[in-house]
Design a protein around this ligand. Sequence first.
Ligand code: ATP
Ligand code: MG
Length: 394
Amino acid sequence: MDKIILIKYGELNTKKGNRNFFINTLYKNVLNSLKDYDVKISKDRARMYIEFKDEDLDSIKSIIDKIFGIYKYHIAYIVNTNIEDIKSKVLEIVKKEDFNTFKVESNRSYKEFPLNSLELSKTLGGVILKNIDSIKVDVHNPELLVNVEVREKKSYIYLNSYMGSGGYPVGVQPKGMLMLSGGIDSPVAGYLALKRGMTLDAVYFEAIPHTSIEARNKVITLAKKLLPYGTNINLHIVNFTKIQEAIYKNCHSNYVITIMRRMMYRIMEKIVNKYNGYVIVNGESIGQVASQTLTSMKVINDVTSIPVIRPVACLDKLEIIDIAKKIDTYETSILPYEDCCTVFVPKHPVINPTIEASEIEENEFNYEEMINEAVNSIETIKIKKDEKEFSSLL
Ligand code: ATP
Ligand code: MG
């Protein structure tokens, strides 16, 4: 094989002290994502290299397109690090292309190489001009950009460039607990949290018989759709029925949503502690519904000191939908099964709740015991890449 995938790291370039940790985490993630392929993966401080079988290139590209921490990648030709080999390979590659203007850009990290970057670009430019008719150099806006990277053992030549997903490799931050409902917003919030390098567990509040098993399956499908961007996900299913019924029985209808969300946060805090998480992540977006006004958020957030990360807080619904479509969760999210928040929506939820009024409502029933029972009876499903299904999809 004379070609290789050459990966350029993303923002990790700026993280000097953590560089090795970032690169090693990305390396592990790439290795794990490509474990079903016949590949050889190596790395240095500036690049990662994937040797692959030609017939797998398209599938491998679609996998690495989803791995966070990759800024750019190239499909590059490999050549020995000596000037004659580089010249003849460049010429062979460029001769297959149709172009009028070009530019050569060289990058020499191997300082023993006899030519510096500028000299190498000039030399290669000269070779191309001499051997191909009616073309010229355009340094500002070339039709063909020939890139050459000179490294100690091998050198690389490429004409193409593909953008990766950016972000940080998943695993450079500890675990966040994603509140995953069946809606549009929370899977997008999960995707954005993964992009910052968090690993995720997911938590789904279920209120059977008021919610259906289809609603649960929808959440499982959504969690699966996040897998290509991260690692395996533990989905914790909380039985919320008793608490929800108690809220409806005891609280004023306009406070029902506020109290319900305060209960969810109380449970989330216990789950974060029980399963070694660090933060809560959810799909709240400022102003989207009554429970997401800033006043509501303050009252709801008051029950926990665990940080709540709201990746879509400042996005428009249409921006969230765009991401949902891109990560292929949208079609699943708009399936009609109701989740526990939508089943009992009151006609007039309070827009400006207060902490005092919420506490008065909550004094109407003994929720502590119910919360502990809900946390102790959590059912956890391991959402994993199903290898068979996974490879048959490719
Ligand atoms: P989504 O589209 O993600 O369902 P939403 O606009 O419907 O969000 P809400 O129902 O108010 O908004 O919920 C806000 C956030 O609270 C959700 O994005 C999700 O993170 C969390 N959440 C709501 N319901 C549940 C649930 N049943 N299980 C787990 N998390 C939930
Ligand atoms: Mg919802």
